[in-house]
Design a protein around this ligand. Structure first.
Ligand SMILES: C[S@@+](CC[C@H](N)C(=O)[O-])C[C@H]1O[C@@H](n2cnc3c(N)ncnc32)[C@H](O)[C@@H]1O
Length: 428
């Protein structure tokens, strides 16, 4: 097994076949038992995809004529990533990458020559990268342009944060333990962590660990969830006896949190269109020992699954561009197309309009996205408010996020958080 070759196969699945990085890794790593090998392959895959636009720019300057073989192209990118960003000796990177070539000898020669050429021209290439926005920020042009237009003062920070590794945050289940007790348990296992400055029930690890290493994870003491996502349950203000609906619920991060903070919810209905993802809600409910009614259904067509009883609280964690979680899923930069955003905005609009009638008068609906595009966030809510006479906004007063015309925006990296948007709406 050559780690560089496996990494190349994984990246080819994403770049050439449009598969998600998570599923490509799952498939290719299933036959590799060694933990160290797996960790190295994952680091190479995430890194190469994170810096794909930059590495591609560099490669184009190193090749004398276009390279048609897609797999060899990716293999060279894998080599360049290691040379530019990993602390591995350059001669080891070159020899390991060349030995991953299972094709004709001249191809080995080409890979060797390009990587050595990079080492000779490193400084010159660095200078060229600095003056090219796509290479410097390693994002597609349209994303840079959109972020510039939405956030003229913050776009560089967002792009830089998108390329950083996200921290691992834990939600401490207060039904099982306290934050302090759990922090002590982590310390006993030499896992360094601290309590988030934004939420007192959130613990952030100094560096990520596999969940199996977290004390009592299987017993439901903690869940892995970004701090920004953990703000939803508090904002929805669920009380004992409430009927609650989560219409885009899988994999159940927010559903389970709602049940942890208010175990006396009368009924929680969790709907998701994706049946496979729905089973992950059931797994989470089981691990945390809480209950919800899970339904496979389309949020745009409630008549197909709704029992005609109104809800006190509704959570719409809408399908979105996921621009706020690029640092966790860097393949979004390769897979997401500009034209997808308009379609997602239409879907969000359709969901909001279809679900609003299910809310009791006096009830609240929390609209959430993990996006930083205004079109999916404050503009979406502004349009909804202007066409929905019985809806008013409840302003969010909090020590996080930026207050928008409507709702609050967390830009990626604020207090180490993912990019999230929240707006709270009340039915008059
Ligand atoms: C942002 S994710 C939800 C994350 C979830 N709330 C959590 O905290 O774990 C959006 C979800 O919306 C679902 N979805 C997309 N279109 C939908 C639709 N028309 N009806 C219901 N669910 C939909 C997707 O399958 C996806 O699971």
């Amino acid at each position: 097994m050559n780690s560089r070759l496996v990494a190349t196969k994984i990246i080819c699945r994403v770049v050439n076949n449009g598969q998600s990085l998570t599923s490509a890794i799952e498939i290719e790593l299933s036959s590799i038992p060694n933990i160290k090998d797996r960790a190295l392959i994952q680091a190479i895959c995430y890194g190469t995809i994170r810096y794909y636009h930059c590495l591609n720019f560099i490669l184009n300057r190193l090749l004398r004529k276009p390279l048609k073989d897609k797999e060899i192209r990716v293999l060279i990118l894998v080599g360049l990533f290691q040379l530019k960003y990993m602390r591995i000796k350059s001669h080891a990177v070159v020899s390991q990458t060349v030995s991953a070539v299972n094709k004709k000898t001249w191809v080995k020669g080409l890979v060797n020559a390009v990587l050595r050429n990079y080492l000779r021209q490193e400084q010159n290439l660095k200078n060229l990268v600095e003056v090219n926005e796509i290479a410097k920020f390693s994002h597609p042009k349209w994303m840079i342009d959109w972020l510039k237009s939405d956030w003229p003062e913050h776009f560089e920070k967002i792009l830089t944060e998108n390329n950083r590794q996200a921290p691992m945050a834990l939600r401490v289940n207060q039904l099982e333990t306290t934050t302090d007790q759990y922090l002590k348990k982590l310390q006993e296992k030499d896992i360094n962590a601290f309590v988030s400055s934004v939420r007192k029930d959130t613990i952030v690890l100094n560096s990520g660990v596999p969940v199996e290493q977290l004390p009592n994870f299987k017993k439901g003491y903690v869940s892995v969830q970004d701090t920004a996502a953990q703000l939803a349950a508090g904002l929805l203000g669920v009380q004992a006896g409430h009927r609650v609906l989560d219409v885009c619920a899988a994999p159940g991060g927010k559903v389970t949190h709602l049940l942890e903070v208010q175990p006396q919810i009368e009924k929680l209905v969790a709907v998701d269109i994706d049946e496979n993802r729905l089973s992950s809600i059931n797994e989470n409910l089981l691990r945390l020992n809480v209950k919800a009614d899970c339904i496979a259904g389309d949020a745009c067509r409630p008549s197909q699954w709704w029992d005609n009883q109104l809800f006190d609280r509704i959570l719409v964690d809408a399908p979105c561009s996921a621009m706020g979680v690029i640092r966790r899923h860097p393949d979004i930069k390769l897979l997401r197309r500009q034209e997808d955003i308009k379609k997602l905005q239409q879907l969000q609009k359709k969901i909001l309009d279809a679900i609003w009638p299910l809310l009791k008068p006096g009830g609240n609906l929390l609209y959430v996205t993990c996006s930083v595009f205004k079109m999916e966030n404050s503009t979406q809510v502004s349009d909804f408010l202007s066409r929905t006479p019985d809806a008013t906004e409840i302003p969010i007063h909090a020590n996080w996020g930026m207050t928008q015309v409507h709702g609050k925006q967390i830009l990626t990296g604020e207090n180490g958080m993912d990019g999230f948007y929240y707006a709270c709406l009340r039915k008059n």
